[in-house]
Design a binder for this molecule. Structure first.
Ligand SMILES: *Cc1c(COP(=O)(O)O)cnc(C)c1O
Length: 425
């Protein structure tokens, strides 16, 4: 049996060996697993990847240099790792209905750098969502290459609906004639109208780039509409809702395939992380299963349940709720800042992050809101009744000045014990 032949020695020293060889780092790994298991993980960009993905990540594919692409490498001995990349590319194309896929970006930010490399020259105008209203650093922030080397113009959300103002996007596109338009965000809870973006891009002759880092897992599971038919290029991370290894990926139309591949290597990166490429292939295999579809639908249901629970406790959900895995919560009605809420929740073993709300009167390091996501807790097997409980626990933690946090932490511990991450290990 193939599996048997590979079993023990395939990825070399196992964890027992690591504990003997390097107890200091082995301790870190055990403690981090314990931390992940013993609290509520509500950071919207995190998840629990599968043991199969972790096995591929911990494999000897890490040893292989494979600069280039399958069949066109700069080094010899790539015939085996080539297979992992070919399989991964085929799976990505099939799952997303894309002409072309590139699995090599080391991260979401690297994938985005490649998009700029493929389609723009320094100084070009790029129209994207502002960081303050939900965009990502790589969408033109002045502290990122994207703001330093390009000329960003930013759109935001309508102050009343708190949804993307497509009229504003169109007006800005007509005025500034951007080379590229970016749709996608890191703290936007609603569906994005990709067809509207396509029509705006076509009107001004711009490239349409969808940064699907947060929600691509929901697309893979069929829970929300796909950007692929509308976009020239789609970039994403593989470790958020998609639940794969930490890394990035790109999908594009056939006409852009060469430019995208050249932008990833040799323009932005050297050798690919072949263990990560193989792990991405494993994640794509998992994402094509009916079980993943059920998970993706559960993620959306759970986020909606969490939003309504938080609302029932007097918090205000930005835009009135969510269509995705994330909820942006305005804590102004509670009289607590995002920073205070993050610290109090942390003390109660609820891990989430402070987040600016649109037109936030407070500076980003304080912020008026928090961002929560339902992906990790859904992976653990929690459902709508647990979301109602979590809403209540967040409410008590956020409003607590200290004493009650111990009780909340105990209740969190009881809840997560019933839904263990990595059961049995
Ligand atoms: C997370 C994210 C990224 C960056 O991914 P990294 O892997 O952290 O570099 C890029 N764009 C968006 C919209 C994201 O949410």
């Amino acid at each position: 049996m193939r599996g048997e032949r590979l079993a023990a020695p395939f990825w070399g020293p196992d964890f027992t060996d690591l504990a003997a060889l390097d107890p200091e780092i082995a301790d870190v790994i055990v403690d981090e697993l314990q931390r992940q298991r013993s609290g509520l993980q509500l950071i919207a960009s995190e998840n629990f990847t599968s043991p199969a993905v972790l096995a591929a990540l911990g494999s000897t594919l890490s040893n292989k240099y494979a600069e280039g692409y399958p069949g066109r490498r700069y080094y010899g001995g790539c015939e085996v790792v080539d297979r992992a990349e070919v399989i991964g590319i085929d799976r990505a194309r099939q799952l997303f209905g894309a002409d072309h896929a590139n699995l090599q970006p080391h991260s979401g930010a690297s994938a985005n750098l490649a998009v700029y490399g493929a389609f723009t020259k320094p100084g070009d105008t790029v129209l994207a969502m502002s960081l303050a209203q939900g965009g990502h650093l790589t969408h033109g922030s002045h502290v990122s290459f994207s703001g330093m080397w390009f000329s960003p113009v930013h759109y935001g959300v309508d102050p009343v609906t708190e949804r993307i103002d497509y009229d504003q996007v169109r007006d800005l596109a007509r005025t500034h004639r951007p080379r590229m338009i970016v749709a996608g965000a890191t703290a936007y809870p609603r569906l994005i109208d990709f067809a509207a973006f396509r029509s705006i891009a076509d009107e001004v002759g711009a490239v349409l780039w969808v940064d699907a880092a947060h929600f691509i897992g929901l697309v893979a599971g069929g829970a929300i509409p796909s950007p692929v038919p509308h976009a020239d290029v789609v970039s994403f991370t593989t470790h958020k809702v998609l639940r794969g290894p930490r890394g990035g990926m790109l999908l594009c139309r056939a006409e852009h395939a060469k430019a995208i591949d050249k932008a990833v290597f040799p323009m932005m990166q050297g050798g690919p992380l072949m263990h990560a490429v193989a792990a991405k292939a494993v994640a794509l295999h998992e994402a094509a299963t009916p079980a993943f579809g059920a998970y993706a639908a559960g993620v959306v249901r759970n986020a909606a349940a969490l939003a309504s629970s938080l609302t029932s406790h007097g918090m205000r959900c930005v835009s009135g709720g969510t269509d995705t895995h994330l909820v942006l919560v305005d804590l102004t009605p509670v009289g607590v800042t995002g920073k205070q809420a993050e610290q109090r929740c942390d003390a109660a073993r609820i891990t989430l992050n402070k987040n600016p709300i649109p037109n936030d009167p407070l500076p980003p390091m304080t912020a008026s809101g928090i961002r929560v996501g339902s992906a990790a807790v859904t992976t653990q097997g929690m459902g709508e009744p647990e979301m109602a409980m979590i809403g209540g626990l967040i409410d008590r933690a956020v409003r607590s000045e200290g004493a009650d946090l111990v009780t909340v932490a105990d209740e969190v511990a009881t809840l997560v014990r019933a839904f263990p991450a990595y059961p049995g290990g």
